[in-house]
Design a protein around this ligand. Sequence first.
Ligand SMILES: *Cc1c(COP(=O)(O)O)cnc(C)c1O
Length: 383
Amino acid sequence: MNAPAFAPIPFLDLKAQQARIPDLRRRIDNVLAHGQYILGPEVAELETALQNFTGAKHCVTVSSGTDALQIALMAENIGPGDAVFLPAFTYTATAEVILVLRATPIFVDVDPDTFQIDPEHLKCRIAQVKAAGKLMPRAIIGVDLFGQPANWPEITKIAEREQIFTLDDFAQSFGASLNNRRLGTFAHAAATSFFPSKPLGAYGDGGALFTDDDERAALYRSLRTHGEGATRYEVLRIGMNGRLDTLQAAILLAKLEIFEAELARREQLAKLYDEGLKNLVQTPARVANSVSAWAVYAILFETEAQRHRAQYAFKSAGIGNAIYYPRPLHHQPAYTQHHDGTPLPVSEDISSRILALPIHPDLTDAQAARVISYVRATVGAPA
Ligand SMILES: *Cc1c(COP(=O)(O)O)cnc(C)c1O
């Protein structure tokens, strides 16, 4: 049989990436040799490397991005009666941890161009909660969506005025920067994820917390190991089993070596897409003075029907794609009962028209060109 004219284009290609990680086997073999699978030397080595990478004073690795978010909120004693503000257009984990701790999520709409939390609407939502007088505004979780930074200068100003805690969910944006500073240092604490499909991904679950605050860092270390004190069997507080495995740390150390080159490649691909798709669909607006980690390259079609046609064409051509997110969180069954009914029109609108294209670092220029040609055909533009 002849090979098909075109091979499928995967949304993500971790197999191809594996071949580009020189130190992978050596790193894994080292762990198998020393056998310290929990909090082995690679965990501390990774924490130091990530501190250096981000410029944060402390890095505490944990078992996932979700656990990183939860530990950060636990450390502030956030719970019943507390309001935590977050964008409605994000992954469920951002909201989930708030409810796990029995606090109340307050969903905020996003900017129609950058899809990041809208600072003006954030101010309105804080004022609403204060006027109602039932909940105490305690924290803002800013999400750096798709690889780009949220509007941290504005979020920080608002949080300072209200004197509330800021948490940066940069699960999708490790490696991105704003004003020549890497993400991880813009809020009181920042949480990232090493889920395999994230810009810096492990071969399993993993995450990390970053902070410049010594007390918070110590609390995070305690909370990730069952609330332990100075000695192993002194239990100071209720914590969790939230450590990063040594094997995952070893894999991340190996991957960190090729990470900068991967970020550069993603940026090249984003430029190819921008050029090939401009004036046909809404391409991602760049946040000013920022460098994206390009976890996701998401375009907006004019209508849901047009997106549907694109997905159909992609499916027949074997082109990977994904909808992040088909519904804003306040419309998800698990969250409707926790939402006060405030319309969030931008989040509602973009979820019906958005589509993510493949942008992994092993995507070739020719593959990107093919993706572009299918999008062009869908919107009725000449190939
Ligand atoms: C992936 C993700 C998380 C959760 O990370 P896990 O490591 O999968 O637990 C949290 N927030 C956002 C925005 C994410 O994209």
